[in-house]
Design a binder for this molecule. Structure first.
Ligand code: BG6
Ligand code: MG
Length: 226
């Protein structure tokens, strides 16, 4: 996407980033969107449940929210409607995001990795990925985007990351995945990629390496290059 061809000289040629919880933070918007639906159905909803939605597709997220639903069974059409309503509300909140929501250290680190010759891609379960990237000023930044619009199976299935590697033209074994969801780390492992955990996944000790801040990624990858 407008970048010169690059050649990785170390064992890794590309880095595939999860979006929500790694490049930017949309948790609070997801939380508010699902909470509004849960409230309307009289379902208890809290941060613990919201955490379980990390990396999971929209419809699977709805099923998790509905685990505590005690009303009459809902038809598939009604479930589709609930997910669509949540998404409409979520998109309104995403509309308030701007480049100011991109942490400068994320941008600096991405630029540094690209400067080293690594290809950079997104591997996200979200169908809103390109919209979010545009909002935060990274609309045309990545060499490839694999997201909820091009997969049929959600993380922990490796499909989204294998597609990212395919779009980049890089072997999966030559890719590093950066993820905040345990399901995402599992997906990266299943894809045969080196996995770096941040946030919740790092707290749980998942992945081949764990980082406390995005900027630490530059050091982790330097060590891999030996
Ligand atoms: C992931 C989020 O990135 O995208 C999940 O971690 C979310 O919480 C999933 O459910 C699907 O998002 P969207 O934007 O397609 O509803
Ligand atoms: Mg995530």
């Amino acid at each position: 996407m407008g970048h010169p061809a690059v050649t990785g000289t170390g064992p890794y040629e590309a880095v595939v980033f999860d979006l929500d919880g790694v490049i930017c933070f949309t948790d609070v918007y997801h939380y508010r969107g699902w909470k509004s639906i849960a409230d309307e159905l009289g379902i208890p909803f809290d941060e613990t449940i919201n955490n379980r939605l990390r990396g999971v597709s929209r419809m699977e997220s709805l099923e998790i929210v509905l685990e505590r639903y005690e009303g009459e069974p809902l038809s598939d059409a009604r479930k589709e409607e609930l997910a669509a309503t949540k998404n409409e509300r979520y998109r309104v909140m995403l509309g308030d995001m701007s480049p100011a929501d991109l942490d400068p250290s994320v941008r600096t680190t991405l630029d540094e990795l690209r400067g080293r010759g690594l290809k950079l891609a997104i591997g996200s379960s979200s169908k809103n990925a390109t919209f979010i990237l545009e909002r935060i000023g990274l609309g045309d930044y990545f060499d490839a985007i694999s997201d909820g619009t091009n997969i049929t199976r959600s993380k922990p299935d490796p499909e989204v990351f294998l597609k990212a590697a395919e779009f980049l033209g890089v072997e999966p074994e030559r890719c590093v995945v950066v993820e905040d969801a345990v399901a995402g780390i599992e997906a990266g492992e299943a894809a045969g990629m080196y996995t770096v955990a941040i946030g919740d996944a790092a707290d749980q000790g998942a992945g081949d390496a764990q980082i406390g801040t995005f900027a630490e990624l530059a050091d982790v990858l330097s060590r891999l290059d030996g």
